[in-house]
Design a protein around this ligand. Sequence first.
Ligand code: AMP
Length: 479
Amino acid sequence: MENQFEKYHLSEEIMDALNVLGYHVPTPVQEQVLPYALESKDILAKSWTGSGKTAAFAIPICEKVIWDYNIPQALVLEPTRELTVQVKEEMVQIGRKKRIKVADLIGGFPIDKQIRTIKQKTHVVIGTPGRVLDHIRRETLELSMVNTIVIDEADLMLDMGFIDEVKSILDQVSGKPQILLFSATMSDSILELARQYQQDAVSVILHAPEEMNAETFIEEKLYEVGLEEKYEMFRKVLIKENPEHAMIFCGTKEMVNVLCRKLGKDGIKCGMIHGDIDQGDRLRTIQSFRDGRIRYLIATDVIARGIDFEKLSHVFNYDFPTGRETYVHRIGRTGRNGAKGTAVSFVTPDDERMRQMVETFVSYKIPVEEFHELSQAEFIQFQNTQKEKPKARPKKGAGFDKEIMKLSIGGGKKSKIRSGDLVGAISNIDGVQADDIGVIDVRDSLSYVEILNGKGNLVLQALQERPIKGKLRKVKGGR
Ligand code: AMP
């Protein structure tokens, strides 16, 4: 099949990566953003996670990076740490064949290590405004070559009170960098930000998620319930629906804790994420949910928003959303890419006003479901599902993992090893070319090299007997 990204005349390395990732047809936001972004125009785009917006800015950034330059050329600002990590993953995959180095700067991780990372060759920096600003103030982040800035999820950035930090970062970049602004909603403050910092920005507006893909189908259900009975009804509906995976939204961190504990007591294991949970734990939970080790993830909106889980079959609004657009965002996490999804909401009398607002906003009535008691068969079916191991969903970039082996090599800067020495030694091996070498990371006394195209074992074996910089080195394979 011809890859429709060909029309953008991207370099071979980027096209190769898109092929491995299985991106053959640009999504609507990519169709609209790519031509202008590649021409370095400013863009103001209304779009959200799930629309393919990350690739819409990551492809042009990776395409335009000049590999030989040692300092950052693009800066991507994200409102949360989770989004930073996710966007980094996508950027790394798209830039993998070009060996683009991406650094993430997020709070909660040691700043010294980040300083060392960005001091080495770094092409793209992705981070949360606070930590990025911290590095700028310490003069550890070089901005002189930054020619593209992405403000991602700008409305969330505003909601979280980061807008002054974003502006302060923009004020410190000299010259006229290209500014790509992505936001799920276009409030006056976003438009003001755009007016203040962008020039002749191209406007890109996407329609609501359910209209975006005609094959996408979300079955919505609404249960009316008293506050006192809500937990019990939810538990039974969860059993009835018996989802393979589900995301369960609560209004507050406290409620996330309470619901997770209650379900745990009732023998239903869940993961949870919210702002008070330690950073490392949050990332581990997200990974477990992606890998399929956790079936149900309970979350608050702010933390969950923007995190991309492929093919979620169910979304539950345990607490009804308190913003009408939040409803659309939450349910938009299911029924993606043509798969059918189910969104179940619980409405107590207190939520009635919000329900009306949501229904006016979406211009339809959310179908009300009558609650029927659980049957024995439904209960047994649920228990059987719990005994099975949840299905792991394919990880993004799984195609790459198969082909890549990361080698660790004893020796680094202290023994005067440079990337060139590693490229030289490896590309001299019979059957291996420079193209088969991915990202190289030379640390103080250790170096890491990614070997692509399934040639890891070949290189691993050969290096057991070949000196690098005049000495045999300890070389180990891994992921
Ligand atoms: P995003 O909106 O950037 O979070 O992307 C949503 C999902 O779509 C991610 O899992 C991407 O890996 C995937 N994706 C992005 N662009 C494409 C494409 N052109 N074809 C197929 N999948 C894509």
